[in-house]
Design a binder for this molecule. Structure first.
Ligand SMILES: Nc1ncnc2c1ncn2[C@@H]1O[C@H](COP(=O)(O)OP(=O)(O)OP(=O)(O)O)[C@@H](O)[C@H]1O
Length: 354
């Protein structure tokens, strides 16, 4: 069990400031996902932790050891860190057993250790003599994990290891990797582009943008209480609205919704699952029209356009919020063109200080 601490780490490549004063604590035995748009600095951060790069400034500590500061630099092979890259990067000319055994010294019990590691990741012993090209993509990634675990690292770094796998396999391999690392108590950092993967895999999520860490928290906290609209959109569909708050109720283009905020003008966020639609009825209600929908099994991802009414207020419109997404149960039929009445459920998130 090992905690990782990064303090004010910066890294510049020529004119690009890839990491700008990044500070992060990954608690011992936890799983942290680092997400952010392309070029935001995720891989640079992972490479600093692995020791493949040196920070220009800042401090990295693992448990009671300093990995780097102004004067100290522990090289990668002394860091007690495992690394699994996007495509596994197995040695193509070596068998599965030799790949996994690469970092294990030739002592009695070595073969048993290789078999045990392969068993942990669900690879049967009769695949030991195969070469990587004789394995499926998912099997290759599992062997790569077994190889990274061979030296019993305290920290595992996963650099988009599931991104080359197709959707079904991806979920299964991710769950298996999470279970294996969790059972071994290994502190894990996963870099991913995929917000759904980050939210489902991790105990903590860190969001990066332009080399900075913009927010860290539990998946639920980040999804429901993002720091700013950009982070909100990055983590899923978000409906961002202007509101006027009175007595704990935000009045918005889409109707009233509860908020925990002081009275006055605010910017609020709803998630699509907070929108309920029903066939338009004659009573006064917020109205919309279905623009398009996509079937996703349990639910339709439904795009709705707000339909202004005489009593409505246009000044609540913020950016594209008059067109928004709702999740509609798969059994309900609201084809494009349907006029609907809209209700908001739960409470909205308020950006900024209240
Ligand atoms: N070795 C390098 N030389 C020059 N620039 C680099 C180098 N490595 C990274 N960069 C730059 O640093 C910035 C951050 O890159 P990094 O790979 O860390 O981002 P990322 O968030 O992992 O992106 P992606 O999701 O596309 O992999 C980018 O602008 C990138 O072009």
């Amino acid at each position: 069990m090992t905690e990782l601490r990064i303090q004010n780490a910066s890294k510049r490549y020529g004119s690009t400031l890839a990491l700008n004063e990044v500070s992060l604590v990954v608690p011992s035995g936890s799983r942290m996902a680092i997400v952010g748009p392309s070029g935001s600095g995720k891989t640079s951060l992972l490479r600093l932790i692995a020791g493949f790069e040196t920070p220009d400034s800042g401090l990295i500590e693992m448990g009671s050891n300093t990995l780097c500061d102004g004067g100290t630099f522990v090289p990668p092979h002394r860091r007690d860190v495992g690394y699994v890259a996007q495509e596994g990067a197995l040695f193509p000319h070596m068998s599965v057993a030799d790949n996994v055994g690469f970092g294990i010294t030739h002592t009695p019990g070595r073969t048993e250790r290789i078999i045990e590691l392969l068993q942990q990741v669900g690879i049967p012993a009769d695949m030991m003599t195969r070469r990587p090209h004789q394995l499926s993509g998912g099997q290759q990634q599992r062997v790569a994990l077994a190889r990274a675990m061979a030296r019993s690292p305290s920290i595992m770094l996963l650099d988009e290891p599931f991104s080359a796998l197709d959707a079904g396999l991806r979920d299964a391999v991710r769950d298996m990797v999470g279970a294996v690392l969790g059972a071994a108590g290994i502190t894990t950092i996963l870099v991913t582009h995929d917000q759904a993967e980050a939210l489902s895999f991790a105990d903590y999520v860190a969001v990066m943008r332009d080399g900075r860490l913009v927010q860290t928290g539990s998946p639920q906290d980040l999804y429901l209480h993002p720091a700013d609209p950009q982070t909100a959109r990055f983590l899923g569909d978000a409906i961002i609205l202007r509101a006027v708050v009175t007595d704990g109720i935000a009045h918005t283009l889409l109707g009233p919704v509860a908020v925990a905020a002081k009275s006055g003008p605010q910017t609020i966020m709803l998630r699509p699952e907070q929108i309920r639609i029903r066939p338009a009825d004659p009573s006064p209600s917020t109205r919309g029209r279905v623009v398009s929908r996509r079937y996703e099994g349990a639910a339709w991802r439904t795009v709705i356009e707000h339909v202004p009414t005489k009593t409505g207020r246009d000044d609540f419109v913020l950016e594209t919020a008059s067109v928004f997404v709702a999740w509609v149960p798969g059994s309900d039929a609201f084809p494009p063109g349907t006029e609907v009445s809209i209700d908001l459920v739960g409470s909205a998130h308020v950006f900024g200080k209240n």
